[in-house]
Design a protein around this ligand. Sequence first.
Ligand code: ADP
Ligand code: MG
Length: 707
Amino acid sequence: MPRDFAAPSTKNPLQSDLRFLKGVGPRRAAECLRVDLRTCEDLLFRFPIRFEDRSLLRRSVEVKAGEVAALSGEVVSVGLRQTRRQGFSLVEMLARDDSGTFQVVWINQPFLKEVFTRGQRVSFYGKTVWRKPGGLRLENPHYEVVGEPNDSEDKGLHTARIVPIYERIGTLTTKQIRQLVYATLQLLPDSVEEVLPFALRQAHGLPSRRQALWEAHFPTAGTSMTLLNSFRTPAQNRLILEELFLFQLGLGLRRRVQSGKTKIHRIAVDDRIRRSARKVLPFSLTTGQRQALKTIVDDLCRPEPMNRLLQGDVGCGKTIVALLAALVTMENALQVAVMAPTELLAEQHYLSLRDLLKNSRFRVVLVTGGSMTVSKRSTMSAVKNGQVNLIVGTHALVQQGIQFRALGLVIIDEQHRFGVLQRAMLRQKGSCPDVLVMTATPIPRTLALASYGDLDVSVIRDMPPGRSPVMTRVARESERDSVYDFVAKELGEGRQAFVVYPLVEESEKLDLKAATAMVETLRRRFDRYKVGLLHGRMKSDDRAETMRLFSSHDLHVLVSTTVIEVGVDIPNASVMVVEHAERFGLAQLHQLRGRVGRGRFQGYCCLLYKEPISEIGNARLKALASTTDGFEIAEEDLKLRGPGEMLGTRQSGVPTFRVADLVRDQGFMETAHNEAVTILGRSGAVDKVLRGLDENWKKRFGLAVVG
Ligand code: ADP
Ligand code: MG
């Protein structure tokens, strides 16, 4: 027997390979595999893209001109014709139902001639363009061949009912898929083990698993078409909830295993530490900051490792909270690692942390990427010996072979670029350090539950006193002059300005050229001021120097690529001009905008766009101009872009769901989360769920590790 030859499973017929299904040969099985369908179950979990109500078939004599109707008929004749004057091709069909004949025409789809043959039964759905005494004419309707001449098989599957429409798989048509799904559903055992808690099913009126699968493909007559096509029937709801519930259960279990561990180190807080914290604090904390800090310090003092996400809009002051947590840890003779997504941000953190700690006895170092120089080697050994207390670097710190003497706390900044996997890797690496993740991208609750479900969450909702929201203006390229006038006015008042350029990888060189040219233009335009350039391709020393000059007010205008997107903190900068704003994502623009208005001065943001602008691009800019609330913007972003895109597809850590859609099914995640928490709190309840679950399901949701 060849090695990849899987014998049909006797245990669960749904797990058997698709190629054992009648009507699926090796060739079709290969086509299915190409879209990740291997087992019968995979096929069942690929749901219709929409439903058509063919139970409402009309008799052709009754349909009026202009009506949209579903008809079914037998092909009497079919032909292809070229119109001489307009140069169209017309496929013309004459069809017959039990009330008479009617015409069907498709314009410029000559291949359809080959699709139809005399004697076939075809269902149509479309608009009647005219009706004459001789009959009616349908133009460009949706169609489906529902029966070949002389076959009587499966007639009931494709007509006279609510019919599921599937996306094609290779050469498999929707009709063939329908047949296969039907055959697969027959394989379902009479009673499929129940995994959803009874109370949940009862509260939401959810059908059994078996029934749900049937109904989600072949709904009972009378099911609401609106609900079906918006994926909201009880059957569909059940399948969504089931998937999200198992997902949340998996997260919960992993978290339980995690927090079941105890840290090697112990952290305590006394008056001496409180005094030392007060000493570094340059201002008094906002209520939100104080609450977040208290929760974090409580976590630190517990025997289980902390896994906490600190969420808060740009500028709300997460850094100081993280610093105080770091201070508590260092006062307990432990090291702290701070990781940022980019070198620039790591450098920034390094500078500000070092500054905040300048009157303390703690040593701060920056570990940059790149080659192993002599100084880097000595830094690394200082880390290993424990001569260094706080280590700042990029996320690459995880990948590099850096060793700590006593790592107590890891602070990860700008989490949305940092995946669940890396987080897990980090935990394996150390001796269970406490982990604090910070994100400035407000995340809609659904997404937070999906991607950070294994973390506790603290949110800072208030802003430091004296901030007023950044004022945003959306302007065409042609209004550039008036935008510059405004910049000149701000510079005249002693403020500084950012000019941001998009940098897309494919056209990196071109964009850099554009940014460089822009520097020249701006130098001429603002000849009394100094204009600098900052981009990711610069050597890190040069970059740090440029930042230092801007920060010390020796540069007035900073032209930059999006390297400044996160974390850069220049309180005197009051205005930002974003070039080609249409090319940026919403969250990104929000981040960028957060770079101004961070000090005592009113912040302004001018979004320059180039016409023509796409509808989505336009929606983005409008959304941004209308609110500065990061949470609102995040909700909008989720709608416009979808979850994967929003969090960065590859590293988002958001799993691909087979049924649930995080945009469509907002709110379900919350329910699923709560149910999972309930189950986890009840002894024996989890085992009961797991008993009903197939091995591969357990694997998929990370439920196997625990069993
Ligand atoms: P983010 O949350 O975006 O990381 P930062 O921590 O960089 O924000 O803080 C933004 C700015 O607000 C910094 O200049 C910081 O010094 C200042 N800041 C933070 N907290 C306070 C506070 N409680 N009072 C006054 N200024 C604050
Ligand atoms: Mg920050």
